[in-house]
Ligand binder design. Structure first.
Ligand code: UDX
Ligand code: UDX
Length: 436
């Protein structure tokens, strides 16, 4: 089937590439000409393991095309996925400007039935606003549907998540829309397993917020337990292990640390809190999840201050600028808090990240930051190393060599990436999260 995807970001490009790899004919549209130019040259505007091979293979096979024109995309296919950004607005609620823009342009160009699919994470009830908007801009008297098909992709494993989904959730108002989406996902579900779930549109929109908020809740829960472990003299990693063996709890997303970041959890939890307020429910539980997450960074910062006593003129090496390993995405990354905060205290900061340096500089253009692509060079002369992402290169570092280049062997491990006994045996003063 022919499919158009509008928005070639982390989600749109991965989704489009995987649809074409499943045999569909896909046109990816983006209003960022630079991105489209890169894609037409076979260059990836984002880092996602395995994406470049899939894109190259399907462009060659003629199943994957790129364009900057929504009009062209509307003519190309009757199913159009909206995967444009829904960044947090000024007050924190999702900014739906771009979603509305796509709906308007598609409506102006439609000459026959189309199905618009919300792939971007949008607050519940967005589909009603989108339908109303499209009706205003329709030029021809044609029928259309709006559906919700939330994405559950994790950056760094998005290809695996897209080709081996646990579930495909679609929110539809007509059998026709449901059947079209079922046909699109049939080859993916056949190859990768997973269930196809049809429900009403608002339920599908809510499923995404409820899922992401639950995962964020799990992380804030174990981060709160980590605080108690430190006060009580327990080890949160052991506690998490003990909890996780209960299949009702499960071991994943019970990893204590400096808190969650990324383009989804912070935004989705915030949007869910606002949506709840809007429908008249005060979601205190989620507000506490946000509070715990925000305080985690300060909690780790206190460890740095306690260890150094005087931060001014000290050299601090930061391992990890992205919000997690295997991605170049720095949205809501802990580094966006620590780098400016430590520089404000007049510390000298040098950072290491294999792929996120460019995105960091884009995010904080006014923050001068010295970086190094070599961990030991980055840590040379450092009074303290702050670990913010658990890249394998960091976890497998040669601790003796690291110690030899540092002024004082001190490590604050914000991701519990190391075993305390091993690091201390290597002669380090070592602090982590939740391990007394
Ligand atoms: C986006 C949403 O932010 C997220 O909430 C949702 O779950 C999935 O889609 P992401 O792909 O990470 O996530 O967004 P981003 O990387 O910002 O990509 C959005 C793309 O849309 C960008 O390439 C941007 O150029 C493009 N875009 C934006 C358009 O093509 N048209 C617009 O009007 C606005
Ligand atoms: C998340 C959801 O996992 C995915 O289903 C959704 O579609 C988009 O948002 P992503 O944000 O890419 O994916 O990364 P994820 O691996 O979920 O990690 C999110 C954040 O939580 C990271 O900052 C990570 O460091 C943190 N995290 C994760 C923890 O602090 N502890 C954990 O145990 C797991």
């Amino acid at each position: 089937m022919k499919i158009t995807i509008v928005g070639t970001g982390y989600v749109g490009l991965v989704t489009g590439a995987c649809f074409s790899d499943a045999g569909h004919e896909v046109m990816c549209v983006d209003n960022n000409e630079k991105k489209i130019e890169m894609l037409l040259k076979g260059e990836m505007p984002i880092y996602e393991p395995g994406l470049d091979e899939i894109v190259e293979r399907n462009v060659k096979a003629g199943r994957l095309k790129f364009s900057t024109s929504i009009a062209e995309g509307t003519k190309f296919a009757k199913v159009i996925f909206i995967a444009v950004g829904t960044p947090p607005g000024v007050g924190g609620e999702a900014n739906l400007t771009y979603v509305e823009q796509v709906g308007r342009e598609v409506a102006e160009n439609m000459t026959d039935y189309h199905l618009l699919v919300e792939k971007s994470t949008v607050p519940a009830k967005t589909s009603e606003h989108l339908k109303r908007t499209m009706r205003k801009y329709l030029k021809a008297d044609v029928d259309f549907d709006v559906a919700s098909n939330p994405e559950f992709l994790r950056e760094g494993t998005a290809i695996v998540d897209a080709t081996h989904p646990d579930r495909i959730v679609v929110g539809v108002e007509s059998a026709r829309a449901g059947d079209l989406l079922e046909e699109i996902y049939k080859p993916i579900l056949a190859a990768g397993g997973g269930q196809f779930l049809r429900m009403n549109v608002t339920s599908a929109e809510l499923t995404k917020h409820a899922s992401n908020s639950f995962l964020a809740l799990k992380i804030s829960y174990i981060n709160a337990v980590a605080r108690i472990c430190e006060m009580a003299g327990a080890d949160v990693e052991q506690v998490a292990k003990g909890m996780g063996l209960d299949p009702r709890i499960g071991p994943r997303f019970l990893h204590a640390g400096v808190g969650y970041g990324g383009s989804c959890f912070p935004k989705d939890v915030d949007a869910f809190v606002r949506l709840s307020d809007a429908v008249g429910y005060d979601f205190k539980l989620l507000k506490e999840v946000q509070q715990i997450n925000k305080s985690q960074r300060e909690f780790v910062m206190q460890k740095i201050k306690r260890e150094l006593w005087v931060v001014q003129d000290k050299k601090i090496a930061i391992f990890g600028l992205a919000f997690k390993p295997e991605t170049d995405d720095v949205r809501e990354a802990p580094s966006l808090y620590f780098v400016p905060a430590l520089q404000e205290m007049k510390a000298k900061v040098v950072a290491w990240d294999p792929i996120a340096e460019g995105k960091f500089r884009e995010a904080l253009p006014d923050v001068p930051l010295e970086t190094s692509q070599d961990l030991y060079e980055c840590a040379t002369g450092a009074d303290l190393v702050l670990v913010l992402t658990e890249w394998d290169a960091v976890k497998n570092i040669d601790l003796a060599k690291l110690k030899s280049v540092m002024t004082t062997p001190v490590m604050i491990d914000g991701r519990n990436a190391f075993d305390p006994a091993t690091v201390r045996a290597a002669g380090f003063t070592y602090h982590s999260v939740g391990r007394a």
